[in-house]
Design a protein. Structure first.
Length: 284
């Protein structure tokens, strides 16, 4: 009878590979991901070289929104590294803060991408619904358009609440007042930037370009949609480690730290893919 050899999980690097098994596994997985996206990028290059006419991405897509999403993902890579460093320094609270920021930035990226997708289907939605529901869809679209003022109203109420809270804190603890003021100003500025970018993108980007419009749009939705699924997968994994998965820290801190390092390698790959997608689809 042949014996079965099992590769156990190891915390320290193995002598034969120089890596612990989980890190070796993620590198093998990322190698397959490189082949996946590499094939799609190669198909894009061949189609573009063989096409007599090819649109410039900047004439269809919003460069300010794409730039904002690029900054968001790069920042999330930084916070992911800081989460791993916090575990190395035995600071679980900072780890949760940085990993939570990574998750929030990833959700921001998907929210912005959903806005871009919605603009491309702003008219062609009627092609995907039966005629019986056309009136209802038109009414719903009008209601959603009217709700565009809701974020600004929320921002206004948030600003008034922030001013009132700062006024109360200022009379008790000046140092706490300064920290709170910096945090609230940062949050308000971040929300304001998002709203401004949405308005700029809605004003300058072209609408009504579904995947069936052209080969370019089909490639755009394929590449960004696949990348968005990878972002969603990273949110699920990081969300687990931020929540119930962090219990491993209590009895196996080094193994938990290694898992965060592996998750970080995956997240950096997702960031790197977008760094290639942005210039290829938006700028060239």
């Amino acid at each position: 009878m042949s014996s079965v050899h099992v590769l156990p999980y190891t915390v320290s690097p193995r002598q034969d590979t120089g890596l612990f098994n989980a890190k070796l596994g993620i590198w093998l997985f990322l190698g397959s991901e490189v082949m996946l996206f590499g094939g799609l990028f190669s198909a894009y290059i061949l189609l573009r070289m063989g096409a007599p006419n090819w649109p410039m991405g900047s004439t269809i897509l919003s460069i300010p929104i794409g730039t904002f999403n690029t900054i968001v993902l790069i920042t999330s890579s930084v916070t992911m590294v800081m989460a791993w460093v916090s575990l190395k320094l035995q600071e679980l609270k900072k780890f949760r803060m940085y990993l939570g920021l990574t998750i929030l930035l990833a959700l921001t990226f998907l929210m912005v991408k959903a806005f871009e997708y919605g603009a491309k289907f702003s008219i062609h939605y009627h092609e995907y619904f039966p005629a019986l529901f056309n009136l209802a869809v038109h009414r719903l679209a009008g209601g959603i358009a009217a709700m565009a003022l809701v974020p600004k109203c929320i921002l206004g109420f948030f600003f008034l609440w922030a001013v009132w809270s700062l006024a109360q804190v200022a009379f008790k603890d000046f140092s706490r007042f300064v920290r709170t003021a910096i945090l609230l100003i940062s949050v308000i500025a971040f929300i304001g930037i998002i709203l401004t970018l949405f308005e700029l993108g809605n004003r300058h980007s072209h609408h009504n370009f579904p995947p069936s419009y052209s080969t370019y749009m089909a490639i755009y939705f394929t590449l960004t949609g696949l990348h968005g699924l990878h972002v969603l997968g990273g949110i699920i994994v990081n969300g687990y480690f931020w929540g119930p998965g962090r219990r491993m820290w209590l009895d196996q801190p080094e193994r938990f730290t290694n898992r965060i390092e592996v998750a970080g390698l995956y997240w950096h790959f997702v960031d790197l893919v977008w760094i290639f997608l942005f210039p290829v689809l938006y700028l060239l």
